[in-house]
Design a protein around this ligand. Structure first.
Ligand code: X90
Length: 284
């Protein structure tokens, strides 16, 4: 049996046509521990965080979380958030070593996406598609790794407070915003770190700048996955702008570019904060 497993920063609770499992991270604030599983109320989390003044942080999945997820499968694909910002990939690799000792016949491949959220979703969908073709495990791994080199991530955030508080961006970058109405547009660097790109004022300009960045990064009508923290307006506006730009594509034989939006789950909600929008896209 094949299993596709991703940490909860992929913002996916299920995936059509495959056995999919999300392994939760944890968000800690004050007295509360929020486990990022499908029962988490992200609206309540965002409210709680907005009212909370003290320190807060996150924790990657435990070894045990991975081991439980591995159970029952003999071909396992693991998709993790960037190893440059999280111990998640390292904990998955440690879990694989432990698991293989008692299950030497099982195949486990770990993809360090050097990204998060919607770019992880794109990879998950690609893996499901390759698996459905009946390809051997190693071929799937190779093709999926090639695919990952052709997908990218941009995001727009209104606050870098939680990223800075937890040392995931420099205080200098964080200090540049927090001014009302200013959004920071950033991308996942090739090393899997956060690379600020531009500052924008207001949702409209942010949306236009996002379209521009996608085009400059060689987007020409492929799949787009938009994940947002209670910001369906900007997610919808962005999807509409991209569809206008690509009413049809020969390459993909879709009537329109394949663009879908989803709400963020807990881990990404914590770091992206309310209003944040994260966009993963194909360049092929
Ligand atoms: O191990 C842990 O505790 C998790 C740490 C995660 C840190 C970064 C999460 C970022 C989530 C923000 C925008 C996307 C950034 C992508 C950079 C490659 C969402």
């Amino acid at each position: 049996m094949m299993k596709l497993i991703a940490d909860s920063s992929a913002n996916l609770t299920m995936l059509e046509g495959v056995t999919y499992q999300s392994v939760p991270m944890t968000i800690r604030a004050g007295e509360r521990d929020f486990v990022d599983d499908e029962t988490l109320d992200t609206h309540e989390l965002l409210d709680y965080l907005a009212a909370h003044n003290g320190k807060s942080g996150t924790a990657c999945p435990s070894l045990d979380g991975w081991l439980k997820a591995f159970e029952g499968a003999d071909e396992i694909f693991v998709i993790t958030i960037t190893s440059s910002l999280s111990g998640t990939c390292a904990s998955a690799m440690a879990a694989r070593d432990v698991y293989l000792q008692s299950h030497p016949e099982v195949k486990i491949h770990i993809f360090d996406t050097l990204s998060t959220g919607p770019e992880m979703q794109l990879l998950a969908e690609k893996l499901a598609e390759l698996h459905a073709k009946g390809l051997p495990f190693d071929v799937i791994c190779e093709k999926a790794q090639e695919y990952l080199a052709t997908t990218h991530l941009f995001f727009s955030l209104k606050s870098l407070h939680n990223l800075a508080q937890n040392g995931r961006v420099s205080k200098i970058a964080a200090g540049a915003i927090g001014i009302l109405g200013i959004h920071i547009l950033a991308t996942a660097s090739l090393e899997g770190t956060i690379q600020p790109v531009e500052k924008c004022r207001g949702e409209k300009k942010t949306c236009a700048a996002m379209v521009q960045k996608l085009l400059e990064a060689d987007y020409h009508g492929g799949k787009v996955r938009i994940h947002h923290a209670e910001n369906p307006e900007t997610a919808g506006a962005l999807a509409a702008a991209l569809r206008d730009r690509f009413p049809w594509t020969l390459l993909h034989l879709f009537p329109q570019a394949d663009i879908k939006s989803y709400p963020l789950r807990g881990l990404c909600s914590y770091y992206a904060e309310r209003g944040g929008v994260i966009v993963g896209f194909e360049t092929m």
